[in-house]
Write a protein that binds this ligand. Structure first.
Ligand code: UDP
Ligand code: MG
Length: 319
């Protein structure tokens, strides 16, 4: 077991940064990491994963690294855009640090927190995650949907996933190794982070607005991301489905019985067109939703069964 006493006094810190089209923010990121991590006086390495950028991000990385020949760095350039979760996994796989910190390239995850995280790690926590107290520079809709999503996830998921927590955290090597053992293709990292367990602790911070560039997410991506999260960590939607099936069948039975009784007692009257139509359409809708829900799970099973690699690397170099 990893106890506080067993912590190496001078741990190697890996900063893992997946990026997609971040040419505008990368120079700031380099400067900031150099300053903040340099101030800790510990050895550190940078693991950069280019998630299929189509701008000059990779050239920017090259020139930033040339300006800092003493910096330890590993750069992976993926063969196309595989999504942040896959890129992050690639970065974790390439990292060698005793502690590993995934960071967003846009500096929305402030590296100045790493010092405080290390403190807690030294006290024996294996994971120190950052909880967002406030989000600057994000629209109310984004804030509201994020809020709703985290609460919904909390209710549905069998694993307790901390709310308002992104990928930004400090992890001990043992946690990274555990994460890399998880074979699934649909990698909802927030959920996987929670699933592996270990001794976790939280620190809170105010999330800043992005440093230049623009968010790579749109509502369609976010919707799929949310579905990934829910279907990977919860069977509740399927249970709701079978539950409502039983409830509706039961109600229909009661209603049928009552109609027989009514006909026997009061004689035959004209059946209602409106109620019939409503029932048919309503049930049709429920069935389609049900099929769709099954499809969401089945589609993910399909992805898993194909067992394709999570990402492909086009280019890799170290310095
Ligand atoms: N990112 C990535 N691949 C993607 C989308 C995003 O590597 O397909 C990176 C992006 O460059 C950034 C981080 O993931 O470093 C977070 O993305 P973004 O800032 O767009 O998300 P937000 O902060 O708006 O949630
Ligand atoms: Mg961001």
């Amino acid at each position: 077991m990893n106890t506080a006493a067993a912590r190496p006094p001078r741990p190697l810190i890996s900063a893992v940064v997946p990026f997609l089209n971040e040419a505008a923010t990368l120079p700031v990121l380099f400067a900031e990491l150099e300053q903040q991590l340099g101030a800790l006086g510990l050895p550190w390495e940078l693991v950069l994963v280019d998630d299929g950028s189509r701008d000059e991000s990779l050239e920017v990385v090259r020139s930033q690294l040339e300006q800092r020949p003493q910096l330890k760095a590993t750069v992976l350039s993926l063969s196309r855009n595989f999504g942040k979760e896959a890129a992050l996994t690639a970065g974790l796989q390439a990292s060698r640090g005793d502690v590993v910190v995934p960071l967003d390239a846009d500096l929305q995850d402030p590296p100045e927190l790493i010092g405080a995280m290390l403190e807690q790690w030294r006290q024996g926590f294996d994971v120190v995650y950052a909880v967002r107290r406030r989000r600057a520079g994000e629209s109310n809709t984004k804030r509201l949907t994020a809020f709703g999503f985290y609460r919904l996830m909390g209710r549905l998921s069998s694993t307790a996933i901390p709310a308002d927590t992104g990928d930004f955290r400090l992890m001990d090597r043992c946690v990274v190794e555990a994460l890399l053992q998880l074979p699934e293709r649909s990698r909802f990292m927030k959920g996987l982070f929670a699933w592996v367990g270990f001794r976790q602790s939280a620190i809170s911070y105010d999330r800043d607005a992005r440093q230049g560039g623009k968010s790579n997410w749109n509502y369609w991506k976010l919707w799929n991301f949310a579905l990934d999260g829910i279907t990977s960590f919860s069977r509740v939607p399927l249970q709701v489905l079978s539950g409502s099936g039983v409830a509706i069948a039961f109600l229909a039975l009661l209603y049928g019985g009552w109609m027989v009784l009514r006909t026997l007692v009061f004689g035959i009257d004209l059946p209602g067109y409106a109620s019939l139509m409503t029932a048919v359409l309503f049930l049709g809708g429920v069935q389609l939703i049900g099929l769709g829900m099954l499809g969401e799970y089945l589609g993910r099973v399909f992805e898993e069964v194909k067992a394709r690699p999570l990402y492909l690397v086009r280019e890799r170099w170290e310095q």
